[in-house]
Design a protein around this ligand. Structure first.
Ligand SMILES: Cc1cc2nc3c(=O)[nH]c(=O)nc-3n(C[C@H](O)[C@H](O)[C@H](O)COP(=O)(O)O)c2cc1C
Length: 509
């Protein structure tokens, strides 16, 4: 049963940090920390497997003077399921399985934003020659990065020139000069759809704004595959159960949260002659990826910010033992999106859907109650045929409803004993669209400039019991033999004697 939410409209990043402090989820670092490699290294080491705290760096080398434009960096706000639950207005201990179900509902709803005249983000307005991106304590996150990445968790706002519908996505951006930021964006992302539309209209530039530091739903929704035509601001409204208050930008016709910490406005050059060098960067795959190459570049026309603004950033790239915010949020949102895709396609019997947090939605797990042969293949076809499968769902494993897909051992056991490659349980869908950053794809085939997307050979692992087998009279008409696990009444009788025998029930996992 889905738990009832008590939605919270935090108001801004500061109130979210206050809530985190109250729950013991925030560590404030007062010791001086260097923006150059040290800050990023600390953030990566501190995050753990979804167990680390959110971090606020209050004393950054070179930016700790009273006249610094920006002195603080906040990150890790959503690198744990406890904090995602808090964002959604749920008890912190809510199981990720429930978070997926709630996320499905959030994606289905929407509360339109409200336009207001002004807000704290207009406390400081910088234009023209006064613009200097180096005034922000942008970390050099990793030693092998190509530069200082200012845009790691900002909501990048663009709009479709015909419908006027805005999109908010997260796209990485590196400082190239005082007022230029090349970014990485793929054609198949919604920002890419907008670029195509502006190009077709004959424009060499596209208006763009980046909101940095607001309520947690900004990063959560920006990094999620919210369906095309639906504005992420509506989904944020649905999370907080209140419209997001937006103000108009100073130099572009776009809208940003009125209480954002920092907003960068400008125009994205979409003519290749204006591209600047960007990359590489420590990427979501856990590899340093996204080779150094010319990329579409933002020409910054204004920066607005609150007094004493806080720079919101994140350390990207998940590895075993160190899960990024992207990976933890993706495990919820990409599972929820896939489940909605399966429902809309009419695939029956879906019990649970999950993306483990170590890989940001690359491996998708589905548990289903089969009622006919070929149901797992129907599920994989539905997922891979959806636009949500861009950069996601390379490998799909389908198991029966007796397997808990939140238990790695259970899934592994099902793969060991219910998969027979000679019986069509492994299906390869070759040469589909895919992630341009996945190093298991040859470098040539990752060239999005040549092919518009990466290249993935996708795999279905059908680890369900094969309904193509004959029912076996020896097994009472079942297709597989009985499990070694004792019958329930024998289990209860044995457990009843455990204390007498000096035994304890083993814990699972
Ligand atoms: C921390 C973080 C960094 C990301 N960086 C990029 C990026 O540099 N380029 C990109 O195309 N997508 C990036 N993504 C993924 C997109 O934000 C994500 O696919 C999102 O759904 C895109 O928005 P859209 O659905 O509106 O296209 C990133 C996501 C996160 C959470």
């Amino acid at each position: 049963m889905t738990i009832e939410r008590k939605p919270v409209a935090f108001g801004d990043l500061r109130s979210w940090m206050k809530a985190l402090r109250a729950y013991g989820e925030l560590r404030e670092i007062e010791a001086e920390v260097d923006w150059n490699i040290e800050l990023g290294t600390i953030m990566r080491l501190a995050q753990g497997s979804g167990t680390g705290p959110a971090l606020l760096f209050n004393n950054i080398k070179g930016y700790n003077h009273s006249d610094s434009r920006c002195r603080r960096v906040f990150g890790g706000g959503l690198s744990s399921y406890r904090r995602i639950a808090m964002m959604l207005g749920l008890p912190p201990e809510t199981h990720p399985r429930e978070l997926v179900k709630i996320a499905r509902n959030i994606l289905d709803g929407g509360i339109a934003p409200k336009i207001v005249n002004t807000g704290p983000v207009k406390e400081n307005i910088i234009t023209g020659d006064d613009i200097d991106l180096y005034q922000f304590p942008t970390p050099y996150w990793n030693r092998l990065d190509g530069g200082r990445y200012l845009l790691t968790y900002g909501g990048v706002v663009t709009k479709d020139p015909q419908s006027g519908i805005m999109n908010v996505g997260i796209y990485r951006g590196m400082i190239a000069s005082r007022n230029q930021i090349p970014i990485l964006m793929w054609r198949a992302q919604h920002i890419g759809h907008h670029v195509t539309a502006w190009q077709q209209g004959g424009s060499p530039e596209m208006p763009i704004a980046i909101a940095i530091g607001w309520e947690p739903s900004l990063g959560f929704c920006g990094g999620s595959p919210v369906p095309k035509g639906m504005c992420e601001y509506d989904v944020m409204g649905s999370i907080r159960s209140k419209p997001v208050e937006l103000v108009k930008c100073e130099t572009v016709d776009l809208y940003v949260p009125a209480t954002a910490e920092i907003v960068i406005e400008g125009y994205l050059g979409i003519d290749p002659s204006s591209y600047m060098m960007e990359g590489p960067f420590a990427e979501f795959t856990g590899y340093v990826a996204g080779d150094r190459s010319p990329k579409p570049t933002i020409r910054v026309t204004a920066i607005t910010h609150r007094n004493d603004p806080i720079l919101r950033g994140t350390i990207e790239g998940s590895l075993p033992g160190s899960f990024s915010e992207n990976a933890v949020c993706s495990s919820i949102m990409r599972a929820a999106t896939a489940w909605n895709v399966l429902d809309r396609a009419g695939v029956p019997g879906i019990i649970d859907v999950w993306c483990p947090p170590v890989h940001a939605g690359i491996n998708l797990l589905i548990s289903m109650k089969q009622s006919y042969r070929g149901q797992a293949k129907q599920a994989a076809n539905a997922i891979w045929g959806s636009s949500a499968a861009h950069v996601r769902y390379k490998h799909i494993t389908v198991v029966d409803d007796d397997i808990d897909i939140h238990d790695y051992a259970a899934v592994d056991w099902a793969i060991a004993y219910r998969v027979n490659a000679g019986e069509d349980d492994i299906v390869i869908m070759p040469s589909t669209f895919g992630a341009g950053l996945d190093p298991s794809t040859r470098r040539r085939d990752r060239n999005a400039a040549l092919f518009g997307t990466g290249k993935w050979n996708r795999v279905l692992i059908d680890a369900t019991m094969n309904l193509d087998y004959e029912p076996d009279p020896e097994f009472g008409g079942a297709r597989f033999p009985p499990l070694v696990w004792p019958e329930q009444n024998d289990v209860e009788a044995a457990y009843a004697r455990f204390a007498e025998l000096g035994l304890e029930r083993p814990k699972r996992g």
